[in-house]
Design a protein around this ligand. Structure first.
Ligand code: FES
Length: 356
């Protein structure tokens, strides 16, 4: 059964972080507490009707499990939802879907962690850092946090407090690209070269880490992932989350459909036992984009290939994906696909959202 249910939650407080970012806290009624239980690193999908159009966005949870429910929201230039979210205040209500996401830390035991975040990528990482430091008293955490300048550092008070409490177990390295720092190694961009320098100077020790978490823009995550594997970190120890590209497969950009001659495809959607058909133009839209345009509700959240909420099984025909940041090799092998990234390759395509 597809999960795509929203609940109306009330905002209980707002904590300004920078002049463009806020942490927004929700009241959670007792009856929703088990549904909204989350693992550190997960996110919430929020929904609002703005100027007559339904807009959904995913924002990571920044607190620890057991400490309520709080997300970090950074205002993006021209961002419809983030502009709206910046106006939210205590007492307002908004529709929220239960926590989701595979960028998670399963805590317990003793581990050495390395986490690298850029900008608002700190939000899920902060939840992981806080949870590990609370739940794994013998573990160590090294966090590299990259920003343009110190004014754009989100959750600075939270991070400073963690440093004070866990001096021996928590190392925090701010890497700043547009302001000089006394230590030259901490100035500039976080990239493969910087990681190599940090290793040479003993600031990080890639061979030691049991788990590595990366969260930031796609080029940063791709570059650091390959740099870390070159430095000896096993690929399967690295978890990552990227800032998602333009949702709903807008035309243009780098994504060309695999079959340029295919101008249209009849796509049948099986959802909650019902069958619906829609026309998808793979040159211009993904299956999710076409479904939205046709007013057909199909499960989705991030719309960027990250969360798997739109996962469905290809029962007939074939499709390619613009991006896949979340389906595992076995899922691809079994015929699963992400509707938010899928462009048909055949004149008929049947997608089953009910397939477990
Ligand atoms: S909606 Fe998140 S992967 Fe498709």
């Amino acid at each position: 059964m597809a999960q795509d249910q929203f609940h109306e939650l009330t905002v209980s407080g707002v904590r300004p972080q920078t002049d463009r970012a806020k942490a927004i806290r929700f009241d959670l009624p007792d009856k929703l507490k088990s549904e909204f239980a989350f693992k550190p690193g997960q996110y919430l999908t929020v929904r609002a009707n703005l100027d007559g159009e339904e807009v959904r966005r995913s924002y990571s949870i920044c607190c620890r499990p057991g400490d309520g429910l709080e997300i970090g929201v950074k205002h993006l230039q021209g961002g419809v939802f983030s502009s709206f979210a910046q106006q939210l205040k205590a007492g307002d209500s908004i529709e929220v879907m239960a926590p989701n996401g595979r960028f998670i830390a399963e805590t317990g035991g003793k581990h050495d962690y390395l986490l690298v975040a850029a900008g608002s990528g700190i939000t899920p990482v902060l939840s992981i850092v806080k949870t590990v430091l609370r739940d794994e008293p013998d573990s160590t955490v090294t966090l590299i946090y990259a920003n343009r300048n110190f004014d754009s550092v989100m959750f600075r008070d939270d991070l400073d407090a963690l440093k004070d409490i866990h001096l021996a177990r928590f190392s925090l390295l701010h890497v700043i690209s547009e302001e000089g720092q006394d230590a030259e190694i901490l100035s500039g961009r976080i990239n493969a070269e910087k990681l190599n320098d940090m290793k040479k100077r003993g600031l990080i020790d890639p061979a030691r880490y049991d788990a590595v978490y990366l969260c930031g823009p796609t080029p940063m995550v791709k570059g650091l992932r390959s740099a870390l594997t070159d430095l000896g970190v096993a690929f399967d120890k690295i978890k990552f989350e990227v800032f998602t590209p333009t949702p709903y497969g807008k035309p243009g950009g780098e994504h060309a459909p695999a079959k340029p001659d295919l101008t249209g495809s009849e796509v049948e959607i099986i959802l909650d036992g019902a069958r619906r058909k829609l026309r998808v133009h793979p040159q211009e839209e993904t299956v999710l984009g076409a479904a939205k345009a046709a007013g057909l509700e199909i499960p989705h959240s991030c719309a960027g290939g990250m969360c798997c909420t739109c996962r469905c099984k290809v029962m007939k025909g074939s499709a390619t994906m613009d991006e896949n940041w979340s389906l595992q090799p076995w899922e691809l092998e079994a015929g699963y696909i992400l509707a938010c990234q899928a462009r048909p390759e055949t004149e008929k395509l049947v997608l089953d959202f009910d397939a477990a």
